[in-house]
Write a protein that binds this ligand. Structure first.
Ligand SMILES: Cc1cc2nc3c(=O)[nH]c(=O)nc-3n(C[C@H](O)[C@H](O)[C@H](O)COP(=O)(O)OP(=O)(O)OC[C@H]3O[C@@H](n4cnc5c(N)ncnc54)[C@H](O)[C@@H]3O)c2cc1C
Length: 552
């Protein structure tokens, strides 16, 4: 495989040559520096690299170029090489445009011209971006192939895990010639899917998510036995806690059972998060936070589920399902919530085979030209309806109430009203589902008349409220009757401290009934279920961690 490329584009040939010269001087032995004098020529070069199966590590684009400016170029380049790091070269006068580009194209850095001396202004930035690119799972798994059946739940689980962790892979159907060849080469049959074939030709038959994580370069075991802070759950609250904890010098480990981003990572467009006037995809926002946490030195363990929490004197011990454990002075519980299952008969068996919980953005292209049913009237269902309408023939949004006004933000109601292919069905609930290999039909009931009808569909996406799944905390920390973790003032209602509380002070604001264990985000009782508040609580929990540690 040839060296990965660094591509630089500037319409001023003198500047273009100068950037390329400086890049070659430092990186020429490990990277191929590709130079273009226009955005069109650069995109053409990228297409060629893509066809040849080569990798691109960094894209450096001048902002002011005729026909297509640097931001537009980077946006188009993202479709070809989404994992490449993006840098905009700007004049001082264009700083505002560069700052806006941070949202539009998830810009990693902007460099002001002139960049001399490069040792101070260019190389430190590039060194960091190249290190991040090299360390990213994307490079480790560039050639990853997943062989499976379209309607196999284990195949879906492997695909969903890789997609949510932003690991690029190629999906190969078991009954295609390439799939059959790979299965034969691995000595297995189509009954053994998913088969995952790594870049270096290693075959993994029906891997667990932990096996998969380890193969694609995601860490799964802690590097140390003891930390200042363990954060459980890598949604916005956990990422917030990890960024602030690590940046403030705490030895921090973040543990996630599925994929960084949590619920927010599933959101196709978050429009109400501060600082992103054009909205931002949840995956993009949380991937930036993940990189930020890693840059500050936080450790991230993927595909690891915490199953118990114990008070061991000054230490707090968290145990994994395989019996191993990790200990720390303090813990932030940021385990959020998960979708409630639809209790309709027939659907449980079809989960992952046509019936999905959450939007599962990776499935959207598979719905092209088909009818999709979405259950739920809150923003998450609305966002999914808008997202799926780009692919599906028709999106049916099923709600129990009269209309969306009580449960959905007005900006989304307006968007939905403008899309002809979305149909809202009020007073409708799903009461059954059926299918052999996969979902083939659902039964709908009119909540006013009780009348039922069957509709043919292979796609049902369910968004019917969420619950915290905190059974594993039973007996460790106090929870409310729905399982949300009680903290601070909610623990001392009536003037009494929680049972077993031995300290001569009340629990701090986000502190649970176990001293030194805090809860942040959706898992906390009475929390506001929003990205901004989850991030804020993650940050606030860290300041309380400091207060706790100082008093020890
Ligand atoms: C589709 C969708 C769209 C949304 N849109 C918006 C929006 O536009 N604006 C907005 O403000 N909010 C939105 N929300 C709500 C917002 O995403 C949540 O409020 C926010 O993600 C809560 O963050 P959190 O970190 O508390 O929990 P979560 O995001 O739920 O993250 C918790 C994480 O903990 C992990 N975890 C759970 N248990 C364990 C365990 N035992 N061990 C290890 N890991 C564990 C989970 O896998 C998960 O990754 C949306 C939600 C959804 C589902």
């Amino acid at each position: 495989m040839p060296n990965p490329a660094i591509l630089t584009v500037d319409d001023d040939p003198a500047v273009s040559r100068a950037v390329a010269r400086d890049l070659r001087r430092r990186y020429g032995d490990r990277y191929r520096v590709v130079r273009a004098d226009s955005a069109e020529a650069a995109l053409e070069a990228l297409r060629e690299l893509k066809l040849r199966g080569e990798q691109v590590a960094v894209l450096i684009a001048d902002y002011r170029m005729p026909q297509m400016n640097g931001i537009e170029f980077l946006e188009a380049a993202m479709d070809l090489f989404p994992a490449a790091r993006r840098v905009l070269l700007t004049a001082y006068a264009d700083t505002d445009a560069a700052i806006n580009a941070i949202n539009v194209v998830d810009l990693d850095h902007y460099l002001l011209k002139p960049w001399h001396p490069p040792e101070e202004k260019l190389y430190p930035v590039l060194d960091q971006l190249l290190a991040a690119w090299t360390a990213s799972a994307a490079t480790a798994a560039a050639e990853l192939r997943v062989v499976g059946h379209r309607w196999s739940a284990p195949s879906f689980k492997a695909r969903d895990f890789l997609a949510r962790n932003l690991v690029p892979f190629r999906w190969v159907l078991a009954d295609e010639p390439e799939g059959a060849e790979l299965l034969a080469a691995a000595g297995v049959t189509a009954n053994d899917v998913p088969l995952v074939v790594t870049a270096d030709g290693k075959s993994l038959v029906q891997p667990t998510t932990a096996d998969l994580a380890a193969q694609v370069g995601l860490a799964t075991t802690p590097a140390a036995d003891f930390y200042d802070l363990v954060v459980v759950g890598a949604g916005p609250a956990g990422l917030g806690a990890a960024v602030y904890g690590a940046s403030e010098g705490l030895r921090t480990v973040l543990i996630e059972r599925r994929a960084t981003g949590g619920q927010a990572g599933q959101s196709s467009r978050i429009e109400n998060y501060l600082g992103f006037p054009d909205g931002v995809s949840g995956a993009q926002l949380t991937d930036r936070a993940r990189r930020q946490a890693l840059r500050f030195g936080a450790e991230l363990l993927s595909a690891r589920e915490v199953v118990s929490l114990e008070d061991a004197g000054a230490a707090r011990v968290l145990r994994f399902a395989d019996g191993s454990s990790v200990a720390a002075h303090t813990v932030v519980l940021a385990t959020g919530v998960s979708y409630r299952m639809l209790p309709a008969p027939g659907l449980a068996e079809l989960t992952g085979r046509g019936c999905f919980y959450g939007s599962v953005a990776s499935e959207a292209p598979s719905c092209s030209g088909e009818d999709v049913y979405i259950v739920g009237g809150a923003n998450s269902a609305g966002q999914a309806a808008v997202h799926f309408s780009r692919y599906a023939r028709r999106v049916h949004l099923l709600i129990r109430g009269d209309d969306l006004t009580r449960s959905m933000s007005s900006y989304l109601i307006e968007q939905i009203a403008r899309i002809d292919t979305i149909e809202v069905h009020p007073h409708t609930e799903v009461v059954g589902g059926a299918g052999q290999e996969h979902l083939e039909e659902v039964t709908l009931r009119d909540t006013r008349t009780g009348e039922t009808r069957r509709v043919d569909t292979s796609w049902l996406f369910v968004f019917i409220g969420a619950e915290p799944h905190t059974d594993w905390l039973d007996g460790a920390v106090a929870r409310d009757d729905r399982g949300f973790v009680l903290t601070g003032p909610d623990l001392t209602r009536g003037g009494r401290r929680p049972a077993g509380w031995a300290l001569p002070r009340d629990p701090y604001h986000l502190e649970s009934s176990m001293p030194g264990v805090f809860a942040a985000g959706d898992v906390r009782a009475e929390s506001v279920k929003r990205v901004a508040s989850a991030v804020g609580e993650g940050a606030m929990a860290v300041s309380l961690v400091h207060r706790y540690l100082e008093a020890q």
